[in-house]
Design a protein around this ligand. Structure first.
Ligand code: NAD
Length: 295
């Protein structure tokens, strides 16, 4: 049993903290929103009066927060409260630069740190089947792995500080681009009189095969569990996809990588979210793409 502070008990953090409790760890939680604290308490999380109080009692700290600025601010606030040698894990999706800054702050304070963003969404957080992409030293990763295993199925060490975030934004750039590609193919098939099922049957076993098609098909029917069969309720919202695509474009600009399709995907998701669909599943962009044809 490890004593763990969990800061940020939202859609993802709430069920992740609950899985740590189920695995037998003692979890001290904190969130600025009362409803999140109450939901976590109902799952066995001991709620602290502040993030610093949760951290002072713990050997491991996990943060699951909206963006880089939140992570840097919260780590700045809680690092002085931690015992020397505490392991800090950030599982939020944030920019690589903030992740590396958070690592540096932790090392200066005599702590271990790992960036460990996740893939798998709220469903994966609930089922403890998340994939973790981790960045940090071999020693810090070895300490983090057994903790992450209580919340996920695949734990991949991607290299030094920030490389977990780098893997996350590269993966999600592929996802954003591939979803738009699959949606365009279904929209074209509709114009050509080709049924959704026929396109699916061919492409899912041919060179067009990809996760956006076979697991998350953006039209109702071929994959009964995809959000298209559930009114495009997320799943993974268009605004979160836009966030991750923007992170990929910031990183491309900063590093000098050419990502023209990533840039186009970011623009399309910005238009889609800007038209009031940010809360819908990201596969719902198929409606928007059909609309661009003027029909
Ligand atoms: P969320 O908004 O539901 O949760 C974030 C929580 O952080 C909120 O409960 C908020 O009150 C809390 N918070 C904000 N500032 C705080 C502070 N200073 N101290 C304590 N708590 C604070 O978001 P989420 O969907 O749980 O996502 C969390 C992170 O995981 C994000 O970085 C997101 O990009 C990433 N992510 C989300 C998904 C998904 O499907 N939702 C999938 C993969 C990754």
């Amino acid at each position: 049993m490890t004593t763990i502070a969990f800061i940020g008990l939202g859609h993802m953090g709430g069920p992740m903290a609950a899985n740590l409790v189920k695995a037998g760890h003692r979890v001290h939680g904190y969130d600025i929103v009362a409803a999140s604290r109450e939901a976590a308490a109902a799952n066995g999380v001991a709620i602290a009066a502040s993030a610093a109080e949760a951290v002072a009692a713990s050997e491991v700290v996990i943060t699951m927060l909206p963006a880089g600025k939140h992570v840097v601010a919260v780590w700045k606030e809680i690092l002085p409260a931690a015992r020397a040698g505490t392991l800090f894990i950030d599982s939020s999706t944030i920019d690589v630069e903030s992740a590396r800054r958070a690592h540096a702050m932790a090392h200066e304070a005599g702590m271990d740190a790992v960036d460990a963003p996740v893939s798998g969404g709220v469903g994966g957080a609930q089922a403890a089947t998340l994939t973790f992409m981790a960045g940090g030293t071999d020693g810090a990763f070895a300490r983090a792995k057994p903790i992450l295993e209580a919340m996920g199925k695949r734990i991949v060490h991607c290299g030094p500080a920030g490389n977990g975030q780098a893997a996350k934004i590269c993966n999600n750039m592929i996802l954003g681009i591939s979803m738009i590609g699959v949606c365009e193919a279904f929209a074209l098939a509709e114009k050509l009189g080709l049924s959704h099922q026929a396109l699916f049957d061919v492409a899912s076993t041919s060179s067009g095969q990809c996760w956006s098609l076979t697991t998350y098909c953006p039209v109702p029917g071929p994959v009964p569990t995809s959000p298209a069969n559930n009114g495009y309720k997320p799943g993974f919202s268009a605004e979160l996809m836009l966030k991750d695509l923007r992170l990929s474009q910031d990183a491309a600009l900063a590093s000098g990588a050419a990502t023209p399709l990533g840039a186009a995907a970011a623009q399309l998701y910005a238009l889609y979210a800007g038209a009031g669909h940010g809360g819908e599943d990201f596969s719902g962009i198929i409606h928007f793409l059909r609309g661009l044809a003027g029909v």
